[in-house]
Design a protein around this ligand. Structure first.
Ligand code: KG4
Ligand code: ZN
Length: 373
């Protein structure tokens, strides 16, 4: 992969550049990346390897945790070795090892975190246990300048949240989904339509030739106070329409209507957060996570930013979906702040970015069916 670089200045600049190996294994991608941070704060992705397990899960229409964990065990060492080779680095040149420690499928998280711990011990460098959501939060910085603070829409297969991001460890949740994440809605509707997994990109491709005004879908929470999301009504309504579709144009029209309804809800909730954004804070907006790759979503949010006087930032497409460069970037920010982790850092299936708000306002029940963050 061609190295990407970002120029931005930071007040906490150390005297030398630092290099971190990032490891990501929280879902169905085994990923490793080497990222360098210059004293100025500029980040360069020296390599980013992502091995997708999509084929292993395709027959089941979704990710099977046990299959994922086994596949991570087989892939992690070769993927890490390839990331180092593509970066032209030897392990001894690394300043730290960063790995996703949650939230995610616990079997996979344990594989990546244990591998990172072993490397950190062997190389005598610090371990940095990274929250996967923090990785998405800093991912826009892999492409271009994007200082703190910013308003963040984190929208992926497992998460749909709006956060006020003032820095590492200073992220306040303003809203979250009451049921499904937006990517999950894309995936589930696509599955009912027989589009395969992951459904988001397939549904977007089908929507390109469709009429977004054709089907009326529920407008959950639209215009309602607060910044929470709900996609389950839309998902059920769309799934009920599928058996009634009569041909290719009907299918394209439904795909376009679903995509537009999801984008509309994201737009509505972010608009609310923008209206309440403190006047003392810079008007910067970041959209990150897999659904940030969607052209219709990006276009609506870009227009919203223009209307509300916010600058628009999104990671390069390669760093929207899960990757290890964002984990290394978060690790680098933590490293220069001295925020390294003990070797007994636990793997966490659930790990809210904003633990205070999550504890005070638990919109989800705990247990298997609760939201992962
Ligand atoms: O960030 P990510 O790789 O994993 C999580 O942390 O969840 O996001 C994956 C999600 C999937 O639900 C996938 O369908 C969705 O992002 N996605 C898209 C697009 N590309 C990926 N959704 C809509 N349009 C896309 N182009
Ligand atoms: Zn993710």
């Amino acid at each position: 992969m061609t190295p990407a670089s970002a120029d931005y200045t930071s007040t906490d600049a150390p005297a030398t550049s630092r290099v971190v190996l990032g490891i990501e294994t929280s879902c169905d991608e085994t990923a490793a990346a080497v990222v360098r941070r210059e004293p100025s704060g500029a980040l360069s992705v020296l390599s980013s390897v992502v091995l997708s397990q999509i084929d292993a899960h395709a027959a089941f229409g979704g990710v099977v945790p046990e299959i994922a964990a086994r596949a991570h065990v087989e892939a992690i060492a070769p993927v890490a070795r390839r990331a180092l080779a593509e970066a032209g680095m030897t392990p001894s040149q690394l300043d730290a090892i960063a790995a996703t420690a949650g939230p995610g499928l616990i079997g996979g998280v344990m594989v990546g975190l244990s591998f990172a711990k072993a490397m950190a011990v062997g190389l005598k460098v610090p371990l940095i246990a990274v929250n996967h959501l923090e990785g998405h939060a800093v991912s826009a910085r892999l492409g271009a300048a994007c200082d703190y603070p910013f308003l963040l829409l984190l929208v992926s297969g497992g998460h749909c949240q709006i956060l006020k991001v003032e820095g590492i460890g200073a992220m306040t949740r303003l809203g979250t989904t009451l049921d499904d994440a937006a990517g999950e809605a894309f995936d589930k509707i696509a599955k009912v339509m027989g589009l395969g997994y992951p459904g988001g990109p397939a549904l977007e491709a089908l929507a390109a030739s469709g009429d977004a005004e054709r089907f009326e879908l529920p407008r959950a929470l639209l215009g309602r106070a607060g910044c929470d999301f709900s996609f389950s009504g839309l998902k059920t309504a769309a799934a009920r329409m599928v058996p009634l579709l009569q041909g290719d144009q009907d299918r394209a029209d439904l795909a376009a209507s679903v995509q537009s309804a999801i984008a509309r809800q994201l737009h509505d909730r972010v608009e609310r957060a923008m209206r309440d954004w403190p006047e003392t804070l810079a008007r910067r907006f970041v959209v990150a996570g897999g659904v940030a790759a969607n052209g219709c979503v990006r276009a609506r949010l870009t227009a919203l930013c223009e209307a509300q006087g916010f600058s628009f930032h999104a990671p390069p497409l390669a760093y929207c979906t899960d990757n290890a460069a964002m984990i290394a970037a978060s690790g680098l920010e933590r490293l220069v702040l001295g925020l390294t982790s003990p070797l007994d850092a636990p793997a966490r299936p659930r790990w809210p970015l904003d633990e205070v708000t999550a504890a005070l306002s638990p919109v989800h029940r705990t247990g298997r069916k609760g939201a992962r963050a």
